[in-house]
Design a protein. Structure first.
Lengths: 239, 111
């Protein structure tokens, strides 16, 4: 009940400001008028009585302001005035406004873009059906105790045909190419899909790309993963 | 006038207002007159603190206001005690009694 009454008062002070203010005016005026009547009753002349009443009442505007302070909505009104002031200042200096807004826009845009990539590549499950059934396939050399060795293209071709545990298999090859024309030749890393005949638009290849991306980021220690990567990686979907 | 007028102690105004309003609903002018009367002119309420106090008490929902016709046949803003205000009055009265008794004990200590 109490909060209910408080809420009504607050809302009224905020949205019926004129009504509340004029009520305050007549409330204080009533007091002054009553004092005037009493002064007249004590034998003052009307004019004199009014002045005396006003004098004894005190600074009306200050008292009004203190009454308004009690309503607690001054906070909100002051804040609104600050906002208006801020907007006026911004309108006065279009140069710095444009700079500030552009800076904010670029900053927010960049953060959003980076987060979108990180979110899609790292945080959310891989965009395939049953992402937990995607595996990376490596060769292991038992003699050297070497793990995660890239597969030879021939082995990959055999696995694709023979592996019973995997529904499908895709591979990606990192190659480096020489790029040269008139200047210094340069070694350019590239990622080719020569080895697998599966097209880029299909799932298994993307699985490899995503898996590689995660491994790459793991190397940057963004993600913890014990896996290392070689130059030919295989992704497969278990049946 | 033989006796001096005393300014109100900080924090006692709320108590006096609530007490006066417990007797009957009253407007601001009436409250200040009533306090002066009952205290036999010893306590004088300053308008500068009376009206902010009334608005504060109203915001606390201890009193509520409505407009009514005054004795002078004018519209006046009448305040009345709410249920929460009645409870608050009891709390303030017992608080004041404790305070006054403590001060009295200190003052009356011999040597």
């Amino acid at each position: 009940m109490r909060w209910h009454q408080k809420l009504i008062l607050r809302i009224r002070s905020l949205f019926r400001k004129d009504a509340v203010d004029s009520e305050l005016d007549s409330e204080l005026q009533f007091h002054i008028d009553m004092q005037t009547r009493e002064n007249i009753a004590q034998g003052m002349r009307a004019e004199e009585a009014r002045y005396a009443a006003r004098r004894s009442f005190g600074p009306v505007d200050q008292i009004k302001e203190e009454c308004r302070d009690q309503r607690r909505v001054n906070l909100i009104e002051t804040f609104a005035a600050d906002v208006r002031h801020g907007l006026r200042l911004l309108a006065k200096n279009p140069g710095s406004t444009v700079t500030a807004v552009t800076t904010l826009a670029l900053g927010i845009g960049t953060c959003t873009a980076i987060f979108s990539v990180v979110n899609a590549a790292l945080l959310r499950p891989l965009p395939f059906a049953d992402p937990d059934r995607v595996v990376l396939v490596w060769e292991t050399r038992v003699k050297n105790n070497a793990n995660a060795i890239p597969a030879a293209p021939g082995n990959f071709a055999d696995w694709r045909v023979q592996a019973q545990a995997l529904r499908t298999l895709a591979a990606i090859a990192d190659t480096e190419m020489n790029m040269t024309s008139q200047g210094e030749p340069e070694r350019v890393p590239s990622m080719s899909r020569r080895i697998t005949s599966i097209c880029w638009a299909c799932g298994p290849c993307w699985a490899v790309v995503f898996a590689r991306l995660r491994i790459f980021l793991a190397r940057l220690q963004l993600l913890s993963s014990p896996t290392a990567s070689g130059s030919v990686d295989l992704a497969a979907t278990r049946p | 006038m033989s006796h001096s007028k005393t300014d109100l102690l900080q924090g006692t105004l709320d108590l006096l207002i609530l007490k006066v309003l417990a007797l009957e609903p009253m407007h601001g002018w009436g409250i200040s007159q009533r306090i002066q009367q009952i205290s036999k002119d010893v306590l004088r309420v300053n308008q500068g603190s009376l009206y902010p106090a009334l608005h504060r008490l109203e915001q606390q929902a201890w009193i509520r206001s409505k407009w009514g016709a005054s004795e002078a046949n004018r519209k006046a803003k009448y305040y009345e005690l709410t249920a929460a205000g009645r409870k608050q009055l009891q709390a303030e009265v017992s608080g004041w009694e404790r305070y006054a008794a403590a001060i009295a004990r200190v003052i009356e200590t011999n040597s």
